[in-house]
Design a protein around this ligand. Structure first.
Ligand SMILES: [Zn+2]
Length: 131
């Protein structure tokens, strides 16, 4: 059954929600960082390879790996921005979660709303499940 959390448990829940949101932001930020860096370095790579005969292919390939870390640095602030944005968005989403303690129905952003079972929704941060 669902029981009320103590204030310490709610604080603990908030901490774990924050770290969950943080790892979500890190994952999205990491993917964005990789994609942006490779696209920037790769775009330059294709630009040079299409300019036939100007540079040897090996040289261009070598430069791609040389440029990747540079574009990685260029993409880093952007990825950090995405990380912060996603972390904030995910945390808000977790905090919006609600639950009907009577029938175990999860929902979002409807604290206090009546459930079809006759119960009412409460923020999931304030409740916990015990056997
Ligand atoms: Zn219900």
């Amino acid at each position: 059954m669902w029981i009320q959390r103590t204030p310490e448990e709610v604080a603990k829940w908030q901490k774990s929600a924050e770290s969950e949101a943080c790892s979500h932001g890190r994952m999205i930020g990491g993917i964005v960082w990789l994609v942006v860096a490779v696209c920037l370095a790769g775009g330059w790579f294709f630009f040079l390879s299409s300019g036939a005969g100007i540079v040897g292919e090996r040289e261009v390939t070598g430069s791609f790996w040389l440029r990747l870390p540079i574009y990685g640095l260029v993409a880093a602030p952007f990825a950090y921005f995405v990380f912060r944005y996603e972390r904030k968005k995910e945390l808000a989403k977790i905090l919006r979660r609600t639950i009907c303690p009577k029938c175990d129905t999860p929902a979002e952003s409807n604290t206090g709303a009546a459930c079809k079972c006759g119960g009412s929704f409460v923020p999931s941060s304030t409740m916990k499940w015990v056997e």
